[in-house]
Design a binder for this molecule. Sequence first.
Ligand code: FES
Ligand code: FES
Length: 161
Amino acid sequence: MAKVEMTVNGKTVSGEVEGRTLLSDFIRGGLQLTGTHVGCDTSQCGACVVHVNGQAVKSCTMFAAEAEGAEVTTIEGIGGNDGSLSTVQQAFQDYHGLQCGFCTPGMVMSATALLKDNPKPTEAEIREYLEGNICRCTGYHNIVKAIMAASGQDVGAIAAE
Ligand code: FES
Ligand code: FES
């Protein structure tokens, strides 16, 4: 076991981890931040996406020890301090970008990272960026719409379902 310390959602946190402890397990089990979901543990579904030093990362692909000293943001830290939703979260709500919600934390974290790098993505760019995020329910259409809306673009331009 080794001590690891990082900043998560603006707070310094620390804990004892094994070398093999995944960042996703540290976030969920160690910090009880269970908004980060684990759907596959094999780097396929994207439910576990968090931001590490501003980059979207599948937290099941990284050891907790590798995040030593990093700035980590989880879905719990993406909204305002007053509990308000982020622009992307609000757009998912407004455009029904979720059904069961299992993929949603990862989708929101990925979409937020996309819009930081590419504030006005095309529909094709959004779909390509989300290739690493699997949704079993929505058919993706409303997710794409929500991200277009969050970027201030006309959702009417999106191809019909
Ligand atoms: S749990 Fe990390 S990609 Fe599925
Ligand atoms: S809303 Fe159910 S998996 Fe995406």
